[in-house]
Design a protein around this ligand. Structure first.
Ligand SMILES: Nc1nc2c(ncn2[C@@H]2O[C@H](COP(=O)(O)OP(=O)(O)OP(=O)(O)O)[C@@H](O)[C@H]2O)c(=O)[nH]1
Ligand SMILES: [Mg+2]
Length: 377
């Protein structure tokens, strides 16, 4: 499987994740490498135009994980080598999944850990269930979420309820279609930004560097046309539901902004966008921007933003991870109060003890952490 010269690939896992990835591929067209993996044969076959990869078939009888985390986890472990072989040429994996089910919640942490062990950069987009799906689904999602936070370089959360106003009045298929379209259009803009050579480029290597410095992020996009398009695009970004209507911009420690426009983009417009954004962000925000120009965007300005909730320069992050090895599972022992799950070597790491590695597994890390076994407390 070739992942193109860019080494950038979109991967969908689980029913919702595969459908979102397929929606992005339909919207983008040729040039977006997409692979989809699920435990449910019927769901995967329904994805027109994409060759899906079934995993865990022996264990789950091709019928999905039934909402059970351990089913998804074991299915991914069964077929991990097949999954990894499909992704061997990728350098940056953008993985989309929906939390609330067993495949997205159980298999994704296993895949994330394996991809990162192979040195790949992983940006993970995960949705949280609609409120109408009930508290059980929400609880499943909340319990699985730390595994994704811990496993990905950067996790972008997209609560389905926050996607747009007037949701309560929408018919269910319309709500899901809108959710998929919102995420798909954001992903398409991100792809265009990364793959279009620009004067002020924001290429995959740039993204890789940024993701290795960040933790969790919010994601949003906006579009404007007409004489006042620069100002309106920033206002639109401030209203983007997934950016919490400005809250995510205001609180961001780092912001990656992509400006996509036609050759009619004026320098003054770029300046205006940056000035207006700086005015709504923290004074000490780390701001990175890129401009992609494509005649297809003539007359419009599209903005796409990743607003990082934390940002530690990658060299400091590496040092922090090394120091963190002595902390407990929730990172509390060393004064960390973010409740993030961390896989560490505990005192084995601190003492500089040589790793006990058998069949690629570091046995100094407790089994339940290595195996992503969720402890219900
Ligand atoms: N945006 C979007 N969300 C979806 C879609 N289908 C399901 N979801 C959401 O995803 C959550 C998990 O459902 P699935 O993705 O079907 O679950 P799964 O990962 O396949 O897990 P199992 O079905 O248990 O194997 C649901 O609770 C919904 O919130 C979809 O087509 N689009
Ligand atoms: Mg499913």
């Amino acid at each position: 499987m070739s992942n193109g010269v860019s080494g950038l690939i979109l991967v969908g896992v689980g029913g919702g994740g595969c459908r979102m990835a397929a929606a992005a591929r339909r919207m983008y067209g040729e040039g977006m490498e997409v692979l989809v993996f699920d435990t449910d044969e019927v769901a995967i076959r329904a994805l027109a135009g994409l060759r899906g990869h079934l995993f865990g078939a022996t264990r789950l009888n091709r019928q999905g994980a039934g909402g059970v985390h351990s089913n998804g986890r074991l299915a991914a472990q069964d077929d991990l080598s097949h999954i990894l072989s499909q992704l061997k040429d990728a350098r940056i994996v953008v993985l989309v999944a929906c939390l609330g089910g067993g495949t997205g919640g159980g298999a994704v942490p296993v895949i994330l850990q394996a991809l990162r062990a192979e040195g790949k950069t992983v940006l993970c987009f995960a949705t949280l269930p609609f409120a109408f799906e009930g508290p059980e689904r929400r609880q499943i999602a909340e319990r699985d979420r730390p595994f994704l936070e811990q496993g990905a370089d950067t996790l972008v959360l997209a609560p389905l309820d926050e996607l747009y106003d007037g949701l309560e009045q929408a018919a269910l298929p319309e709500a899901i279609r809108r959710a998929d379209a919102t995420l798909a259009s954001g992903l398409c803009l991100l792809w265009r930004l990364l793959l279009t050579p620009g004067y002020i480029g924001f290429d995959p290597a740039h993204l890789q560097q940024l993701l290795s410095s960040a933790g969790t992020a919010r994601f949003g996009s906006s579009s404007a046309a007409g004489a006042d398009r620069a100002a309106e695009a920033v206002v639109g970004l401030g209203r983007a539901a997934l950016l919490r209507r400005g809250e995510a911009l205001a609180g961001a420690r780092a912001l990656a902004l992509g400006i996509l426009a036609g050759p009619d983009l004026r320098l003054a417009e770029v300046g205006e966008i940056m000035d207006r954004l700086r005015a709504v962000c923290r004074k000490d925000v780390h701001l990175e921007m890129g401009v992609a120009m494509d005649p297809a965007f003539e007359g419009r300005i599209e903005l796409v933003a990743l607003a990082f909730e934390q940002w530690v320069p990658s060299d400091r992050r590496l040092a922090a991870v090394a120091g963190e090895q002595g902390s407990d599972l929730l990172g509390r022992a060393e004064g960390k109060s973010d409740g993030k799950l961390r896989v560490g070597r505990g005192k084995f790491g601190d003492a500089g003890v040589e790793k006990t590695v058998i069949k690629g597994e570091d046995l100094d890390i407790p089994t339940y952490q290595r195996q992503h076994i969720r402890l219900d407390r």
